[in-house]
Ligand binder design. Sequence first.
Ligand code: XUL
Ligand code: CO
Length: 441
Amino acid sequence: MAYFTNIDKIKYEGSNSTNPYAFKFYNPSEKIGDKTMEEFLRFGVAYWHTFTADLSDPFGAGTATRPWDKFSGMDLAKARVEAAFEFFEKLGVPYFCFHDVDIAPEGNSLKETNDNLDTIVAMIKDYMKDSKTKLLWNTANNFTNPRFVHGAASSNNADVFAYSAAKVKKGLEVGKELGAENYVFWGGREGYETLLNTNLKLEMDNLGRLFHMAVDYAKEIGFDAQFLIEPKPKEPTSHQYDFDVASGYAFLQHYGLQDHFKFNIEANHATLAGHTFEHELRYARVHGMLGSVDANQGHPLLGWDTDEFPTDLYSTIFAMYEIIKNGGLGTGGLNFDAKVRRGSFEPEDLFHAHIAGMDSFAVGLKVAQKLIDDKVMDGVIEDRYKSYTEGIGKDIVEGNTDLRKLEEHALGLTEIKNQSGKLELIKAQINQYLLKAYAGE
Ligand code: XUL
Ligand code: CO
C-alpha cells in the first residue's frame, strides 16, 4: 500500500526552483573534492521520529496525522515498514536507523517481544532486497519501559541489568541480520537522578561490564559493525554517565574499551552539555573517535533536547568542516535524529523537514570544502602556531627541553610579542564564502 501518494521522487532542481518537493542544494551526484555529495553526506532517516512518534509533548497529546495510524499492533508495525520504504525511496536517502521498540511493539514477555521483532525484521529484510536504503545503525531502547525507572545497565536492580543485556544481545543479532554498519548505545537512563541514593562507582563499573559483554558477543556472532556511544549530559537523568565526548572517552579508556568504540555525536546533545556541535566533533576527531552524527539542532531559547531539523547554515558548515577534515565518516552517516514541530503535523511536513536538513548539509559541505581549499581558517591557524615550528617552540613539541632550559629562555626575553587572532576577519570571510555559494560561484 502507498502512503505518500501525492508526492513523487524528490529531485535536485537547483537554487532557483520554487518546487517545495525538490532539492535546491543537495545534488547527490555533484562532486565535492574527491567524493560525491551522496558519498560524503550519507543521510539517514530516524525511524522513531518519522514513522513512530505522534508529536506528543509533556503538556499535550500527539498531533501527527499519519495515514498508517488507522492500524494497530503488529498491523501498524507492518504498515510503518511499508510507509518507511516508500519514504526512503522518494527521498533518495541511503540509510535509516531504529530502536527495537520503534519497529515492533513490545509483547507481554521478552520472548513475545523478540518474536514480534523477528517478524518485522524479516519483513524489513525483504524490503531491503529491493531498496538502495541500508541500515546505518540500530539500538536497544533501554529507557522507555517503566522497568528502566532506575536505569538499565546502571540500574540498582540486577534483574534489570540482565533484561537490558538480553535486549542488547537481541539488538546485536538484529543488526547482524540486517547488515547494520554501526550499533549505537545511548544511555538515556544510564545516569542518576540524585547521588543521595546512588552507588556511582558500581553503576559505572556495571555499564563498563555490559559494554565488554556486547563487544565479546558481537565478535562471537561475527557482527563487525562499528560500536558507537552517543553522549548526552542529561535528560531524562539529571546526570548521564556519557556526559560528553571528553567524559565518554575517559570512561572508554578507564574500562579498556577505547579500541572498540567511537562516538555518535548529536548536535543538540552537544549544546545541552554547554558545548558547540563542532566542539564535540573536533574533540572526537582529533582523538580518532569520530564515528557518526545525529544531525539536528536545539532551540537557542529552550534548555532541553528539542531535536529540530538542522537548518542553521553556520552549524552545518562547521560540522562539515570537521567531517571533511576527518576524511568523511567512514561507516557513519548523518542521521536526522530530528522531529517536525508539533504544529507541523501533516505527512508532507516529513518531506519538507528532510529536504530542509539535506539542503542545509549540502550547503555546509560546499562552503566547508571551499573554506578548506582556500585555507581560510587553516591559514590563520598555521600562522598562529608558527612559534612551535622553530627555536624554543620546536624544542617543546619535540621534547628537547625542560623547566631549567625554559627558565633560561624566559629570562633572556626582553619582549613578548603576541599577534591578533583575527576572529572578525575570519567571520567576515565565512559570510562571504556562504553568500558566494548561494550565488553558485
Ligand atoms: C535521545 C537520542 C536517542 C538516540 C538513540 O536524545 O538522541 O534517540 O539517538 O537512542
Ligand atoms: Co540521538
